[in-house]
Design a protein. Structure first.
Length: 256
């Protein structure tokens, strides 16, 4: 099988709608470049017929970049049905091979500019605790899916659960946010925000500037999931509660 930019978006949409994941290990994706893969991603999301409500940023640590042989982050789009609120319920059967990550979520209170520094970006956003559920339309995707297919598959966006925005830390404090998550009350994993390009605001700044290269603006009301604090864990049924310090609060997701 040959994965090309002209038909891969349709294959991805079929895999999503029919819950029939694609086999990539024997497929040829040599025609895809990262630039063409973003074209596939945009076409794939258009086929969903939903508004794009956010972006997720991936490969924000050296460890994850090395995993996928990349020297920079990448982004995916989040459509409305994938952006969930605190205490959301997620059906495990509706996903393929989902994982769990701890992230901070930034929602723009006004349009963001590529000229904005970290302080300006903080002032123009609200900050909330988040749990991301990466998932792919490909079989056996983690951690060996080729970079161009990760991009094509909207940076393996599954679900993003956004908690309530409360306290807003300073720029300096955002570089040292500690988070931990429990599964059914038992500790599962933990991480720190410095894993996200040193500070999640650096990831947000990267995205604003990357979108500007394509003539796009990160507009008011858009939510950005800025990158994982920890290596992902396999998602199973149960109740996950992620708690973040600096008075950022917690976020809960129930996996059925």
């Amino acid at each position: 099988m040959l994965f090309t930019k002209d038909d891969l978006s349709e294959q991805l949409y079929h895999a999503l709608s029919k819950r029939e994941p694609l086999a990539w290990k024997d497929a040829d994706h040599s025609e895809l470049t990262p630039e063409l893969a973003y074209n596939v991603q945009h076409a794939f999301n258009q086929k969903k017929g939903e508004a794009v409500k956010g972006y997720k940023i991936s490969l924000t640590s050296k460890q994850t970049q090395d995993m996928f042989h990349s020297d920079s982050p990448l982004y995916g789009q989040i459509v409305a049905s994938s952006l969930l609120k605190d205490n959301a319920e997620v059906e495990l059967a509706s996903l393929n091979e989902p994982l769990l990550e701890l992230e901070l979520e930034f929602t723009a209170l006004e349009d963001l500019s590529p000229e904005d520094d970290e302080q300006a970006l903080l002032e123009k956003t609200e900050v909330a605790p988040g749990i991301e559920v990466p998932d792919s339309r490909f079989k056996d995707w983690f951690p060996t899916l080729p970079l161009e297919l990760v991009i094509s598959d909207s940076a393996v966006c599954g679900r993003v659960v956004v908690g309530k925005a409360t306290q807003k830390p300073s720029v300096e404090e955002l570089a040292d946010v500690h988070s931990s998550v429990t599964l059914n009350g038992e500790p599962l994993t933990s991480g720190v925000s410095s894993e996200v390009l040193g500070n999640p605001l650096n990831a947000l700044k990267w995205l604003v500037q990357r979108l500007a290269q394509d003539g796009k603006t990160l507009t008011k009301g858009t939510t950005v999931s800025t990158g994982t604090f920890c290596l992902p864990k396999k998602l199973t049924k149960g109740t996950y509660v992620a708690t973040f310090d600096h008075q950022l609060g917690s976020v809960t997701v129930h996996v059925k």
